[in-house]
Design a protein around this ligand. Sequence first.
Ligand code: C2E
Ligand code: MG
Ligand code: MG
Length: 499
Amino acid sequence: MTSLQSFASLLAELRVIDWVAPVVCVICAAALARGITLRSLVDRKLAEMGERELELEKAAMTDAVTGLKNRIAFSRDLETLLDRGGQGEVAVLFLDLDRFKEVNDTLGHKVGDGLLKGVATRLREMLPEGDTLARIGGDEFAAIVRIDPTRPVDDLAIAIVEAVYEPFLIDDHVVHVGASVGIAKGMRPTSSADELLRQADIAMYDAKFSKTDSFRIFDERMSNMIALRSSMRLELERAIRNDELALKYQPIVDSRTGELTSVEALLRWPNSSQGEISPGDLIPLAEESGQILALGGWILDKALLAVRELKNVPIAVNVSPIQFRHHGFATIVSDKLLASGVSPDLLRIEITEGVLISHLDAAKSTIRQLRQMGVVVVLDDFGTGYSSLSYLQNLDFDYLKIDKSFMKDLGRRQLATQIMRSVIDLGHSLELKVVAEGIENDWQARLLQLLNCDYLQGYYIGAPMPLEDLHKFRLNNDVREKLTRASAETPELPSAANG
Ligand code: C2E
Ligand code: MG
Ligand code: MG
Protein backbone atom coordinates (compact mmCIF):
# COMPACT_ATOMS: atom_id res chain seq x y z
CA MET A 1 0.00 0.00 0.00
CA THR A 2 1.20 3.37 -0.90
CA SER A 3 1.61 5.94 1.84
CA LEU A 4 -1.19 8.02 0.22
CA GLN A 5 -3.64 5.06 0.41
CA SER A 6 -2.75 4.42 4.05
CA PHE A 7 -3.13 8.15 4.83
CA ALA A 8 -6.65 8.12 3.21
CA SER A 9 -7.76 5.01 5.16
CA LEU A 10 -6.50 6.64 8.35
CA LEU A 11 -8.61 9.75 7.67
CA ALA A 12 -11.64 7.51 6.93
CA GLU A 13 -11.14 5.68 10.19
CA LEU A 14 -11.06 8.93 12.10
CA ARG A 15 -14.14 10.14 10.09
CA VAL A 16 -12.12 13.29 9.38
CA ILE A 17 -13.34 13.59 5.78
CA ASP A 18 -16.90 14.40 6.99
CA TRP A 19 -15.86 17.72 8.53
CA VAL A 20 -12.72 18.45 6.55
CA ALA A 21 -14.42 18.60 3.14
CA PRO A 22 -16.52 21.76 3.76
CA VAL A 23 -13.55 23.47 5.39
CA VAL A 24 -11.42 22.70 2.38
CA CYS A 25 -14.13 24.04 0.11
CA VAL A 26 -14.35 27.32 2.05
CA ILE A 27 -10.58 27.70 2.01
CA CYS A 28 -10.50 26.98 -1.71
CA ALA A 29 -13.24 29.52 -2.46
CA ALA A 30 -11.50 32.16 -0.38
CA ALA A 31 -8.19 31.41 -2.04
CA LEU A 32 -9.81 31.63 -5.44
CA ALA A 33 -11.42 34.97 -4.67
CA ARG A 34 -8.21 36.29 -3.22
CA GLY A 35 -6.31 34.91 -6.20
CA ILE A 36 -8.47 37.01 -8.49
CA THR A 37 -7.96 40.14 -6.41
CA LEU A 38 -4.26 39.44 -6.27
CA ARG A 39 -4.16 38.97 -10.00
CA SER A 40 -5.83 42.33 -10.71
CA LEU A 41 -3.59 43.93 -8.12
CA VAL A 42 -0.55 42.50 -9.86
CA ASP A 43 -1.90 43.65 -13.22
CA ARG A 44 -2.47 47.13 -11.87
CA LYS A 45 0.99 47.23 -10.32
CA LEU A 46 2.51 46.08 -13.59
CA ALA A 47 0.62 48.77 -15.50
CA GLU A 48 1.78 51.40 -13.02
CA MET A 49 5.34 50.20 -13.33
CA GLY A 50 4.99 50.35 -17.09
CA GLU A 51 3.77 53.94 -16.89
CA ARG A 52 6.56 54.86 -14.48
CA GLU A 53 9.05 53.23 -16.78
CA LEU A 54 7.62 55.13 -19.72
CA GLU A 55 7.75 58.35 -17.72
CA LEU A 56 11.33 57.65 -16.71
CA GLU A 57 12.22 56.82 -20.28
CA LYS A 58 10.54 60.01 -21.46
CA ALA A 59 12.41 62.02 -18.84
CA ALA A 60 15.66 60.42 -19.96
CA MET A 61 14.89 61.54 -23.52
CA THR A 62 13.69 65.06 -22.68
CA ASP A 63 15.62 68.25 -22.07
CA ALA A 64 14.53 69.53 -18.66
CA VAL A 65 14.85 73.25 -19.50
CA THR A 66 13.05 73.49 -22.82
CA GLY A 67 10.90 70.36 -22.82
CA LEU A 68 12.35 69.46 -26.23
CA LYS A 69 13.96 66.12 -26.98
CA ASN A 70 17.56 65.74 -25.85
CA ARG A 71 20.64 64.53 -27.68
CA ILE A 72 19.94 60.83 -26.97
CA ALA A 73 16.40 61.07 -28.33
CA PHE A 74 17.61 63.06 -31.32
CA SER A 75 20.19 60.43 -32.26
CA ARG A 76 17.64 57.65 -31.78
CA ASP A 77 15.10 59.42 -34.03
CA LEU A 78 17.72 60.07 -36.68
CA GLU A 79 18.96 56.48 -36.61
CA THR A 80 15.41 55.17 -36.82
CA LEU A 81 14.64 57.42 -39.77
CA LEU A 82 17.76 56.37 -41.63
CA ASP A 83 17.37 52.67 -40.83
CA ARG A 84 13.70 52.49 -41.71
CA GLY A 85 14.61 51.51 -45.22
CA GLY A 86 12.83 54.41 -46.91
CA GLN A 87 14.52 56.50 -49.54
CA GLY A 88 15.05 60.18 -50.20
CA GLU A 89 16.98 63.10 -48.82
CA VAL A 90 17.07 64.20 -45.21
CA ALA A 91 18.82 67.15 -43.67
CA VAL A 92 20.17 67.73 -40.20
CA LEU A 93 20.14 71.31 -39.04
CA PHE A 94 22.52 72.29 -36.24
CA LEU A 95 22.07 75.63 -34.50
CA ASP A 96 24.37 77.27 -32.01
CA LEU A 97 23.43 80.52 -30.29
CA ASP A 98 25.85 83.41 -30.55
CA ARG A 99 26.55 85.26 -27.30
CA PHE A 100 24.60 82.86 -25.09
CA LYS A 101 27.48 82.68 -22.62
CA GLU A 102 27.50 86.45 -22.30
CA VAL A 103 23.79 86.47 -21.46
CA ASN A 104 24.28 83.74 -18.86
CA ASP A 105 27.31 85.43 -17.33
CA THR A 106 25.89 88.92 -17.19
CA LEU A 107 22.15 88.44 -16.65
CA GLY A 108 22.24 85.15 -14.76
CA HIS A 109 21.13 81.59 -15.35
CA LYS A 110 17.44 82.29 -14.90
CA VAL A 111 17.47 84.65 -17.85
CA GLY A 112 19.72 82.19 -19.70
CA ASP A 113 17.13 79.43 -19.18
CA GLY A 114 14.36 81.80 -20.24
CA LEU A 115 16.28 82.53 -23.41
CA LEU A 116 16.68 78.82 -24.20
CA LYS A 117 12.93 78.32 -23.73
CA GLY A 118 12.22 81.31 -25.95
CA VAL A 119 14.50 79.99 -28.68
CA ALA A 120 12.92 76.52 -28.40
CA THR A 121 9.44 78.01 -28.85
CA ARG A 122 10.46 80.02 -31.90
CA LEU A 123 12.17 77.02 -33.48
CA ARG A 124 9.20 74.76 -32.81
CA GLU A 125 6.92 77.26 -34.52
CA MET A 126 9.11 77.29 -37.61
CA LEU A 127 9.40 73.55 -38.13
CA PRO A 128 6.64 71.33 -39.49
CA GLU A 129 4.89 69.31 -36.81
CA GLY A 130 6.46 65.88 -36.52
CA ASP A 131 9.97 67.03 -37.45
CA THR A 132 12.33 66.19 -34.60
CA LEU A 133 13.66 69.20 -32.74
CA ALA A 134 16.07 68.79 -29.85
CA ARG A 135 18.35 70.71 -27.54
CA ILE A 136 21.54 68.75 -27.79
CA GLY A 137 23.93 70.84 -25.72
CA GLY A 138 24.20 74.03 -23.66
CA ASP A 139 23.18 76.44 -26.40
CA GLU A 140 22.94 73.95 -29.23
CA PHE A 141 19.79 72.82 -30.96
CA ALA A 142 19.34 70.30 -33.76
CA ALA A 143 16.49 69.38 -36.05
CA ILE A 144 15.81 66.63 -38.54
CA VAL A 145 14.32 68.27 -41.59
CA ARG A 146 12.52 66.41 -44.31
CA ILE A 147 13.48 67.84 -47.66
CA ASP A 148 10.53 69.57 -49.19
CA PRO A 149 11.07 70.63 -52.82
CA THR A 150 8.77 73.60 -52.31
CA ARG A 151 10.80 74.91 -49.41
CA PRO A 152 14.60 74.69 -49.76
CA VAL A 153 16.46 74.16 -46.47
CA ASP A 154 18.41 77.36 -47.18
CA ASP A 155 15.20 79.35 -46.83
CA LEU A 156 14.37 77.59 -43.60
CA ALA A 157 17.87 78.28 -42.24
CA ILE A 158 17.62 81.97 -43.14
CA ALA A 159 14.16 82.23 -41.56
CA ILE A 160 15.46 80.55 -38.38
CA VAL A 161 18.47 82.85 -38.13
CA GLU A 162 16.22 85.88 -38.56
CA ALA A 163 13.75 84.60 -35.98
CA VAL A 164 16.47 84.12 -33.36
CA TYR A 165 17.91 87.54 -34.18
CA GLU A 166 14.67 89.23 -33.06
CA PRO A 167 15.12 90.42 -29.45
CA PHE A 168 13.68 88.34 -26.58
CA LEU A 169 11.97 89.91 -23.58
CA ILE A 170 12.91 87.87 -20.51
CA ASP A 171 12.17 89.07 -16.97
CA ASP A 172 12.19 92.70 -18.09
CA HIS A 173 15.48 92.27 -19.93
CA VAL A 174 15.64 92.78 -23.64
CA VAL A 175 18.07 90.11 -24.79
CA HIS A 176 19.74 90.09 -28.18
CA VAL A 177 21.47 86.98 -29.47
CA GLY A 178 22.24 85.55 -32.86
CA ALA A 179 22.45 82.08 -34.29
CA SER A 180 24.87 80.18 -36.47
CA VAL A 181 23.34 77.33 -38.42
CA GLY A 182 24.99 74.38 -40.15
CA ILE A 183 23.19 71.97 -42.42
CA ALA A 184 24.21 68.51 -43.58
CA LYS A 185 22.25 66.67 -46.21
CA GLY A 186 22.11 62.89 -46.38
CA MET A 187 20.40 60.13 -48.32
CA ARG A 188 18.30 57.39 -46.81
CA PRO A 189 19.29 54.66 -46.17
CA THR A 190 23.02 55.13 -46.83
CA SER A 191 23.96 58.03 -44.53
CA SER A 192 24.97 57.44 -40.94
CA ALA A 193 23.35 59.40 -38.14
CA ASP A 194 26.59 60.20 -36.34
CA GLU A 195 28.25 61.37 -39.54
CA LEU A 196 25.34 63.63 -40.48
CA LEU A 197 25.33 65.28 -37.07
CA ARG A 198 29.11 65.71 -37.17
CA GLN A 199 28.94 67.31 -40.61
CA ALA A 200 26.15 69.67 -39.57
CA ASP A 201 28.26 70.65 -36.55
CA ILE A 202 31.26 71.40 -38.79
CA ALA A 203 29.08 73.48 -41.14
CA MET A 204 27.72 75.41 -38.15
CA TYR A 205 31.27 76.09 -36.98
CA ASP A 206 32.12 77.35 -40.45
CA ALA A 207 29.12 79.68 -40.39
CA LYS A 208 30.16 81.00 -36.99
CA PHE A 209 33.51 82.05 -38.32
CA SER A 210 32.21 83.46 -41.54
CA LYS A 211 31.82 87.21 -41.54
CA THR A 212 29.18 87.10 -44.22
CA ASP A 213 26.91 84.12 -43.60
CA SER A 214 24.94 82.93 -40.64
CA PHE A 215 24.35 79.50 -42.12
CA ARG A 216 26.40 77.07 -44.15
CA ILE A 217 25.73 73.79 -45.90
CA PHE A 218 28.39 71.16 -45.29
CA ASP A 219 30.97 70.39 -47.94
CA GLU A 220 34.22 68.41 -47.68
CA ARG A 221 36.38 71.54 -47.81
CA MET A 222 35.10 72.39 -44.34
CA SER A 223 36.70 69.32 -42.79
CA ASN A 224 40.04 70.54 -44.11
CA MET A 225 39.40 73.96 -42.57
CA ILE A 226 39.09 72.37 -39.15
CA ALA A 227 42.54 70.87 -39.46
CA LEU A 228 43.80 74.21 -40.71
CA ARG A 229 42.37 76.07 -37.74
CA SER A 230 44.14 73.90 -35.25
CA SER A 231 47.44 74.25 -37.07
CA MET A 232 46.94 77.99 -37.42
CA ARG A 233 46.55 78.32 -33.69
CA LEU A 234 50.07 77.02 -33.16
CA GLU A 235 51.36 79.10 -36.02
CA LEU A 236 49.79 82.24 -34.62
CA GLU A 237 51.39 81.57 -31.26
CA ARG A 238 54.76 81.32 -32.95
CA ALA A 239 54.09 84.41 -35.10
CA ILE A 240 53.27 86.55 -32.05
CA ARG A 241 56.37 85.25 -30.28
CA ASN A 242 58.65 85.83 -33.27
CA ASP A 243 57.22 89.21 -34.24
CA GLU A 244 56.10 87.95 -37.65
CA LEU A 245 52.90 89.99 -37.67
CA ALA A 246 52.77 93.53 -38.99
CA LEU A 247 50.60 96.60 -38.85
CA LYS A 248 49.71 98.67 -41.86
CA TYR A 249 48.52 102.21 -41.50
CA GLN A 250 45.71 103.82 -43.45
CA PRO A 251 45.54 107.63 -43.66
CA ILE A 252 42.50 109.53 -42.44
CA VAL A 253 42.30 113.09 -43.77
CA ASP A 254 40.39 116.27 -43.06
CA SER A 255 37.62 116.46 -45.65
CA ARG A 256 38.13 120.17 -46.24
CA THR A 257 41.89 120.49 -46.29
CA GLY A 258 42.93 116.95 -47.27
CA GLU A 259 45.49 117.06 -44.47
CA LEU A 260 46.49 113.89 -42.66
CA THR A 261 44.77 113.98 -39.27
CA SER A 262 45.28 110.43 -38.04
CA VAL A 263 45.95 106.88 -39.20
CA GLU A 264 44.23 103.58 -38.55
CA ALA A 265 46.42 100.60 -37.66
CA LEU A 266 45.34 97.42 -39.46
CA LEU A 267 46.73 94.01 -38.67
CA ARG A 268 48.54 91.96 -41.31
CA TRP A 269 50.08 88.50 -41.25
CA PRO A 270 52.11 88.46 -44.43
CA ASN A 271 53.78 85.07 -44.42
CA SER A 272 51.51 82.59 -42.78
CA SER A 273 51.47 79.10 -44.28
CA GLN A 274 48.05 79.97 -45.72
CA GLY A 275 49.24 83.10 -47.49
CA GLU A 276 47.93 86.46 -46.33
CA ILE A 277 45.15 85.98 -43.78
CA SER A 278 42.73 88.86 -43.38
CA PRO A 279 42.29 90.31 -39.91
CA GLY A 280 38.59 89.56 -40.33
CA ASP A 281 39.52 85.85 -40.10
CA LEU A 282 42.48 86.17 -37.81
CA ILE A 283 40.85 88.13 -34.99
CA PRO A 284 37.96 85.66 -34.44
CA LEU A 285 40.50 82.84 -34.50
CA ALA A 286 42.58 84.53 -31.82
CA GLU A 287 39.43 85.22 -29.79
CA GLU A 288 38.43 81.60 -29.97
CA SER A 289 41.83 80.25 -29.05
CA GLY A 290 42.33 82.61 -26.12
CA GLN A 291 45.22 84.36 -27.89
CA ILE A 292 43.43 87.68 -28.36
CA LEU A 293 44.80 89.33 -25.21
CA ALA A 294 48.38 88.58 -26.19
CA LEU A 295 47.72 89.64 -29.78
CA GLY A 296 45.82 92.78 -28.74
CA GLY A 297 48.66 93.72 -26.39
CA TRP A 298 51.19 93.28 -29.19
CA ILE A 299 49.07 95.49 -31.52
CA LEU A 300 48.82 98.25 -28.92
CA ASP A 301 52.58 98.18 -28.25
CA LYS A 302 53.38 98.30 -31.94
CA ALA A 303 50.88 101.13 -32.61
CA LEU A 304 52.26 103.23 -29.74
CA LEU A 305 55.77 102.81 -31.12
CA ALA A 306 54.47 104.00 -34.50
CA VAL A 307 52.92 107.14 -32.94
CA ARG A 308 56.32 108.09 -31.63
CA GLU A 309 57.85 107.59 -35.04
CA LEU A 310 55.08 109.52 -36.77
CA LYS A 311 55.77 112.47 -34.47
CA ASN A 312 52.37 113.09 -33.02
CA VAL A 313 49.97 111.83 -35.64
CA PRO A 314 47.13 110.17 -33.67
CA ILE A 315 46.69 106.47 -34.28
CA ALA A 316 43.43 104.50 -34.22
CA VAL A 317 43.64 100.93 -32.96
CA ASN A 318 40.85 98.40 -33.43
CA VAL A 319 40.00 96.47 -30.30
CA SER A 320 38.16 93.17 -30.40
CA PRO A 321 35.07 92.70 -28.23
CA ILE A 322 36.73 90.11 -25.99
CA GLN A 323 39.81 92.27 -25.53
CA PHE A 324 37.69 95.33 -24.74
CA ARG A 325 35.57 93.43 -22.23
CA HIS A 326 38.56 92.16 -20.33
CA HIS A 327 38.12 93.76 -16.90
CA GLY A 328 41.63 95.20 -16.89
CA PHE A 329 41.50 96.69 -20.39
CA ALA A 330 41.57 100.38 -19.33
CA THR A 331 44.44 99.68 -16.93
CA ILE A 332 46.39 97.85 -19.64
CA VAL A 333 45.96 100.86 -21.95
CA SER A 334 47.00 103.26 -19.23
CA ASP A 335 50.11 101.19 -18.38
CA LYS A 336 51.11 100.99 -22.03
CA LEU A 337 50.66 104.73 -22.52
CA LEU A 338 52.84 105.41 -19.50
CA ALA A 339 55.51 102.95 -20.58
CA SER A 340 55.63 104.37 -24.11
CA GLY A 341 55.47 108.00 -23.06
CA VAL A 342 52.74 108.64 -25.66
CA SER A 343 50.18 111.30 -24.83
CA PRO A 344 46.71 109.67 -24.39
CA ASP A 345 45.02 112.02 -26.86
CA LEU A 346 47.16 110.47 -29.61
CA LEU A 347 45.49 107.10 -29.10
CA ARG A 348 42.07 106.29 -30.56
CA ILE A 349 40.33 103.10 -29.64
CA GLU A 350 37.90 101.80 -32.28
CA ILE A 351 35.16 99.51 -31.05
CA THR A 352 32.17 98.03 -32.80
CA GLU A 353 28.68 97.38 -31.56
CA GLY A 354 29.67 93.78 -30.85
CA VAL A 355 31.40 95.11 -27.75
CA LEU A 356 28.25 96.66 -26.41
CA ILE A 357 25.72 93.89 -26.84
CA SER A 358 24.75 92.40 -23.48
CA HIS A 359 27.59 94.26 -21.80
CA LEU A 360 26.33 97.80 -21.91
CA ASP A 361 27.19 98.73 -18.32
CA ALA A 362 30.69 97.28 -18.40
CA ALA A 363 31.33 98.93 -21.79
CA LYS A 364 30.04 102.25 -20.47
CA SER A 365 32.45 102.12 -17.57
CA THR A 366 35.45 101.18 -19.75
CA ILE A 367 34.62 103.95 -22.24
CA ARG A 368 34.38 106.42 -19.35
CA GLN A 369 37.75 105.33 -17.94
CA LEU A 370 39.43 105.65 -21.35
CA ARG A 371 37.97 109.09 -21.98
CA GLN A 372 38.92 110.25 -18.49
CA MET A 373 42.49 109.32 -19.35
CA GLY A 374 42.19 111.44 -22.50
CA VAL A 375 42.00 108.53 -24.96
CA VAL A 376 39.62 109.11 -27.87
CA VAL A 377 36.86 106.50 -28.39
CA VAL A 378 35.46 105.76 -31.84
CA LEU A 379 32.34 103.77 -32.69
CA ASP A 380 33.45 101.85 -35.80
CA ASP A 381 31.32 100.33 -38.58
CA PHE A 382 28.35 102.46 -37.60
CA GLY A 383 25.15 101.33 -39.24
CA THR A 384 25.93 97.63 -39.57
CA GLY A 385 24.31 96.65 -36.26
CA TYR A 386 20.68 96.97 -35.33
CA SER A 387 20.37 99.19 -32.30
CA SER A 388 22.99 101.79 -32.95
CA LEU A 389 20.80 104.71 -32.00
CA SER A 390 20.30 103.63 -28.42
CA TYR A 391 24.05 103.03 -28.07
CA LEU A 392 24.73 106.50 -29.37
CA GLN A 393 22.33 107.97 -26.87
CA ASN A 394 23.68 106.07 -23.90
CA LEU A 395 27.39 106.06 -24.50
CA ASP A 396 29.96 108.79 -24.78
CA PHE A 397 31.89 108.39 -27.98
CA ASP A 398 34.12 111.01 -29.53
CA TYR A 399 33.91 109.83 -33.13
CA LEU A 400 31.46 108.01 -35.29
CA LYS A 401 32.83 106.04 -38.21
CA ILE A 402 30.23 105.30 -40.88
CA ASP A 403 30.60 101.81 -42.27
CA LYS A 404 31.94 101.39 -45.79
CA SER A 405 28.83 99.51 -46.89
CA PHE A 406 27.03 102.89 -47.02
CA MET A 407 29.46 104.05 -49.63
CA LYS A 408 28.34 101.73 -52.40
CA ASP A 409 25.37 103.64 -53.73
CA LEU A 410 26.45 107.06 -52.63
CA GLY A 411 25.86 109.64 -55.35
CA ARG A 412 24.15 107.00 -57.50
CA ARG A 413 20.96 106.49 -55.57
CA GLN A 414 19.20 109.39 -54.00
CA LEU A 415 18.10 107.40 -50.97
CA ALA A 416 21.69 106.40 -50.18
CA THR A 417 22.72 110.03 -50.30
CA GLN A 418 19.85 111.05 -48.04
CA ILE A 419 20.69 108.33 -45.52
CA MET A 420 24.32 109.45 -45.49
CA ARG A 421 23.26 113.05 -44.93
CA SER A 422 21.00 112.00 -42.03
CA VAL A 423 23.72 109.92 -40.39
CA ILE A 424 26.26 112.74 -40.61
CA ASP A 425 23.73 115.21 -39.21
CA LEU A 426 22.83 112.79 -36.44
CA GLY A 427 26.50 112.47 -35.47
CA HIS A 428 26.92 116.22 -35.44
CA SER A 429 23.78 116.76 -33.40
CA LEU A 430 25.31 114.45 -30.77
CA GLU A 431 28.51 116.51 -30.96
CA LEU A 432 30.47 113.68 -32.52
CA LYS A 433 33.08 114.01 -35.22
CA VAL A 434 32.11 111.94 -38.24
CA VAL A 435 34.51 109.80 -40.30
CA ALA A 436 33.50 108.06 -43.53
CA GLU A 437 35.48 104.95 -44.45
CA GLY A 438 35.70 102.96 -47.66
CA ILE A 439 35.92 105.93 -50.05
CA GLU A 440 37.03 104.54 -53.37
CA ASN A 441 36.42 107.36 -55.87
CA ASP A 442 36.38 111.09 -56.29
CA TRP A 443 32.62 111.10 -56.57
CA GLN A 444 32.17 109.72 -53.08
CA ALA A 445 34.87 111.98 -51.63
CA ARG A 446 33.34 115.10 -53.10
CA LEU A 447 29.85 114.24 -51.99
CA LEU A 448 30.97 113.57 -48.43
CA GLN A 449 32.74 116.90 -48.44
CA LEU A 450 29.48 118.54 -49.46
CA LEU A 451 27.57 116.67 -46.79
CA ASN A 452 29.95 118.08 -44.16
CA CYS A 453 31.52 114.80 -43.20
CA ASP A 454 34.55 115.72 -41.07
CA TYR A 455 37.09 113.07 -42.05
CA LEU A 456 37.65 110.76 -44.99
CA GLN A 457 39.32 107.33 -45.23
CA GLY A 458 39.52 104.83 -48.07
CA TYR A 459 41.55 103.55 -51.00
CA TYR A 460 40.89 106.82 -52.87
CA ILE A 461 42.66 108.72 -50.11
CA GLY A 462 45.29 106.08 -49.45
CA ALA A 463 45.38 102.29 -48.99
CA PRO A 464 46.76 100.78 -45.76
CA MET A 465 50.55 101.08 -46.04
CA PRO A 466 53.74 100.32 -44.11
CA LEU A 467 55.00 102.99 -41.74
CA GLU A 468 57.82 104.03 -44.11
CA ASP A 469 55.33 104.80 -46.88
CA LEU A 470 53.29 106.96 -44.55
CA HIS A 471 56.22 109.35 -44.28
CA LYS A 472 56.16 109.64 -48.08
CA PHE A 473 52.39 110.07 -48.06
CA ARG A 474 52.74 112.99 -45.70
CA LEU A 475 55.45 114.61 -47.76
CA ASN A 476 53.68 114.21 -51.11
CA ASN A 477 50.14 114.60 -49.87
CA ASP A 478 48.06 115.32 -52.98
CA VAL A 479 44.67 114.61 -51.43
CA ARG A 480 43.79 118.27 -51.33
CA GLU A 481 44.33 118.62 -55.07
CA LYS A 482 42.48 115.38 -55.68
CA LEU A 483 39.49 116.68 -53.77
CA THR A 484 39.47 119.99 -55.64
CA ARG A 485 39.88 118.24 -58.96
CA ALA A 486 37.06 115.93 -58.08
CA SER A 487 34.85 118.88 -57.36
CA ALA A 488 35.59 120.42 -60.79
CA GLU A 489 34.90 117.14 -62.56
CA THR A 490 31.58 116.41 -60.94
CA PRO A 491 29.51 119.55 -61.35
CA GLU A 492 26.18 117.72 -61.02
CA LEU A 493 26.99 116.46 -57.53
CA PRO A 494 25.59 119.38 -55.55
CA SER A 495 22.07 118.59 -56.73
CA ALA A 496 22.53 114.93 -55.70
CA ALA A 497 23.60 116.18 -52.30
CA ASN A 498 20.51 118.32 -52.07
CA GLY A 499 18.19 115.63 -53.04
P1 C2E B 1 37.72 98.18 -39.95
O1 C2E B 1 38.25 98.58 -38.65
O2 C2E B 1 36.39 98.73 -40.33
O3 C2E B 1 38.82 98.53 -41.01
C1 C2E B 1 38.56 98.98 -42.29
C2 C2E B 1 38.70 97.90 -43.28
O4 C2E B 1 38.35 98.39 -44.56
C3 C2E B 1 40.13 97.39 -43.44
O5 C2E B 1 40.05 96.03 -43.81
C4 C2E B 1 40.63 98.21 -44.61
O6 C2E B 1 41.73 97.61 -45.27
C5 C2E B 1 39.41 98.21 -45.47
N1 C2E B 1 39.37 99.35 -46.38
C6 C2E B 1 40.03 100.52 -46.27
N2 C2E B 1 39.70 101.34 -47.29
C7 C2E B 1 38.82 100.67 -48.06
C8 C2E B 1 38.13 100.98 -49.28
O7 C2E B 1 38.25 102.05 -49.85
N3 C2E B 1 37.29 100.04 -49.78
C9 C2E B 1 37.13 98.84 -49.15
N4 C2E B 1 36.30 97.96 -49.70
N5 C2E B 1 37.76 98.51 -48.01
C10 C2E B 1 38.62 99.43 -47.48
P2 C2E B 1 40.98 94.98 -43.12
O8 C2E B 1 42.33 95.53 -42.91
O9 C2E B 1 40.82 93.72 -43.89
O10 C2E B 1 40.30 94.82 -41.71
C11 C2E B 1 39.03 94.28 -41.57
C12 C2E B 1 38.56 94.40 -40.16
O11 C2E B 1 39.36 93.60 -39.30
C13 C2E B 1 38.67 95.81 -39.61
O12 C2E B 1 37.59 96.58 -40.04
C14 C2E B 1 38.68 95.54 -38.14
O13 C2E B 1 37.37 95.33 -37.67
C15 C2E B 1 39.44 94.24 -38.06
N6 C2E B 1 40.84 94.54 -37.74
C16 C2E B 1 41.82 94.97 -38.54
N7 C2E B 1 42.95 95.13 -37.85
C17 C2E B 1 42.66 94.83 -36.57
C18 C2E B 1 43.42 94.85 -35.34
O14 C2E B 1 44.59 95.22 -35.28
N8 C2E B 1 42.75 94.47 -34.21
C19 C2E B 1 41.45 94.11 -34.22
N9 C2E B 1 40.88 93.76 -33.07
N10 C2E B 1 40.73 94.10 -35.35
C20 C2E B 1 41.33 94.47 -36.50
MG1 MG C 1 38.36 100.23 -37.66
MG1 MG D 1 35.15 99.98 -39.98
